[in-house]
Write a protein that binds this ligand. Structure first.
Ligand SMILES: NC(=O)C1=CN([C@@H]2O[C@H](COP(=O)(O)OP(=O)(O)OC[C@H]3O[C@@H](n4cnc5c(N)ncnc54)[C@H](OP(=O)(O)O)[C@@H]3O)[C@@H](O)[C@H]2O)C=CC1
Ligand SMILES: O=C(O)C1=N[C@H](C(=O)O)C[C@H](O)C1
Length: 212
């Protein structure tokens, strides 16, 4: 497929471009801080950038009338609503984490959440020093799936690709679930799966849970 990437010069943008090209897909369009790269109209747009770029992404998706895969974190509620509106016309896949491991993590949370009433529960996320948002989108997803207002601690250390730990403790024991992304490849592979997933869809709002 012919892909377009918003944030194509960034860490995730480059990882996604590399993986798609390894799989014989073609990078034909991009948008980044210094503007547009245009070789051809893309068949899909992938956005890993910043919430402030969202309106541009929205405009380009409408202009090209193509599916959107969006992994940018820190989106405002109105931007999620705008994505849902966009999904009436084109397929949209939105997730704050495109790794398989975090999907399994969320399933474990779903299994545990009504069994830990009265326990102390805390989320700790660790990311590279360049990450702009805090707490991570994934930590927010874990909190949301717990249906509880639990504290989140954020560490910004070196070049960590993405660690999330959920701690649960009563007076006698500590239980934890943890996930570590060893590189950004794990997220890029989820993006590729999502791009394949939307190829036969006309429209609709999906998360990565729907994809796997
Ligand atoms: N859902 C998931 O699985 C994952 C989500 N993410 C999220 O993806 C996003 C990108 O992460 P990452 O690649 O590490 O970040 P980067 O900062 O490396 O990439 C973002 C890119 O967007 C560019 N950019 C900044 N401002 C603008 C602008 N106004 N217009 C156009 N482009 C702009 C940046 O340029 P410049 O560098 O010059 O500022 C950069 O090239 C983040 O929100 C992150 O949390 C990350 C990993 C996995
Ligand atoms: O910015 C990152 O790097 C990451 N961001 C996502 C998040 O905020 O949860 C996903 C992953 O942990 C890497």
């Amino acid at each position: 497929m012919k892909i377009g990437i918003v944030g194509y010069k960034g860490r995730m943008g480059k990882e996604i471009k590399d993986l798609f090209e390894e799989k014989n897909h073609e990078f034909v369009w991009g948008y980044d801080k210094d503007g547009e790269y245009f070789q051809e109209t893309p068949q899909i747009i992938i956005d890993f950038s910043l919430p402030e770029v969202f309106e541009k992404t929205e405009d380009y998706v409408k202009k090209f009338n193509v599916p959107l895969i969006i992994g940018t974190t820190g989106l405002q509620d109105e931007q999620i609503e705008a994505l849902k509106a966009l999904a009436k016309d084109v397929p949209v896949v939105q997730s704050y984490n495109f790794s398989i491991g975090i999907q399994l993590f969320l399933k474990m949370v779903d299994f545990l959440k009504d069994k830990i009433d009265g326990w102390d529960i805390e989320i700790v996320e660790t990311h590279h020093r360049f990450k702009k948002d805090k707490p991570s989108g994934t930590a927010k997803m874990i909190k949301e799936s717990l249906d509880k207002d639990v504290p989140i601690s954020s560490l910004r250390l070196g070049n960590v690709a993405g660690d999330h730990v959920l701690y649960m403790a009563n007076l006698g024991e500590v239980l934890s679930i943890s996930h570590r992304a060893l590189s950004r490849r794990a997220f890029a592979e989820g993006v590729l799966k999502s791009a394949e997933f939307v190829t036969n869809k006309k429209n609709g709002y999906f998360t990565f849970t729907d994809v796997i």
